[in-house]
Design a protein around this ligand. Structure first.
Ligand SMILES: [Zn+2]
Length: 267
């Protein structure tokens, strides 16, 4: 599932490729992606209009359309966007641009979402969203997490609390910090929280640089796999030796999600 680094990678690609281009038409191969609006209305609002800017908020992409409103894209589990000259495999909705290319909204399992909004800040998903990691400094992060009576790893993934982190980067961050994923957030020392914050920022920055992790269907804007998957230290490494101490990595369900960790390094 695309998390902050993957969605940020797609955003950067779209900024370089499609800002300033006009959407000539929209082709719907599968209407199920479209939520809360008809194809007719959606087309009326975006066809013949210029893509003015691209914003990322958490895992959500927002395309500002000149003199219209905003196209809202949530890739969810298996969605990705490819800008190319042809219709790509699993393309469910295609935005045909004035330079002859398409933005392909591909989604093998059709679980993504495509919406339109006149004011993206008013969308419930955006209003309920927690802060961006990169908007917080260490002190603010410690204050935020130090007061919360929840397990640290599920809390990192709670979009209402902190935006953009999912199951991959939450596991990697607590491993990097040497903190057990099931510890209560308010029981962690400021030093431990500071370590998690530093690890999270370092890991996310590196993952953005490597254009994300392709552990499933995710592809970057050119349809290529992200390269961060090779650098993952604990995610999906159950029964393999810990990269730090060689102890066997174990997998447990924490907060309803499978979580890999080192029983020796993470306390
Ligand atoms: Zn270890």
């Amino acid at each position: 599932m695309p998390e902050l680094p993957e969605v940020e990678t797609v955003k950067r690609h779209l900024i370089s490729e499609v800002v300033g281009k006009t959407i000539v038409s929209v082709v719907y191969r599968d209407k199920r992606l479209l939520k809360g609006i008809t194809t007719k209305k959606f087309s009326e609002l975006v066809e013949g209009k210029k893509i003015e800017r691209i914003i990322r908020r958490g895992k959500v992409l927002i395309l500002g359309i000149k003199e219209s409103g905003f196209i809202i894209i949530h890739l969810r589990i298996s969605g990705w966007l490819i800008v190319s000259k042809k219709e790509e495999k699993f393309a469910r909705v295609l935005f045909c641009l004035d330079d002859g290319r398409f933005i392909n909204f591909c989604d093998q399992r059709v679980l993504g979402e495509l919406k339109f909004s006149f004011n993206w800040q008013d969308l419930p998903i955006i209003k309920k969203m927690g802060q961006e990691v990169f908007d917080l400094d260490s002190k603010a992060f410690i204050a935020l997490f130090g007061n919360k009576k929840s397990k640290i790893k599920p809390l990192l993934m709670d979009q209402h609390f902190l935006a953009g982190i999912g199951n991959i980067y939450a596991q990697e961050a607590v491993f990097c910090a040497g903190v057990h994923p099931g510890r209560q957030s308010n029981d962690l020392s400021p030093k431990e929280l500071s370590k998690i914050y530093q690890c999270l920022k370092k890991i996310l920055s590196k993952a953005i640089e490597k254009k994300g992790s392709s552990v499933d269907t995710y592809r970057d804007g050119e349809g290529k796999k992200g390269e961060y998957a090779e650098l993952l230290k604990v995610y999906q490494r159950q029964n393999l030796p810990c990269v730090k101490c060689k102890t066997k990595i174990i997998k447990e369900t924490i907060g309803g999600r499978g979580t890999c960790f080192c029983p020796r390094c993470q306390n």
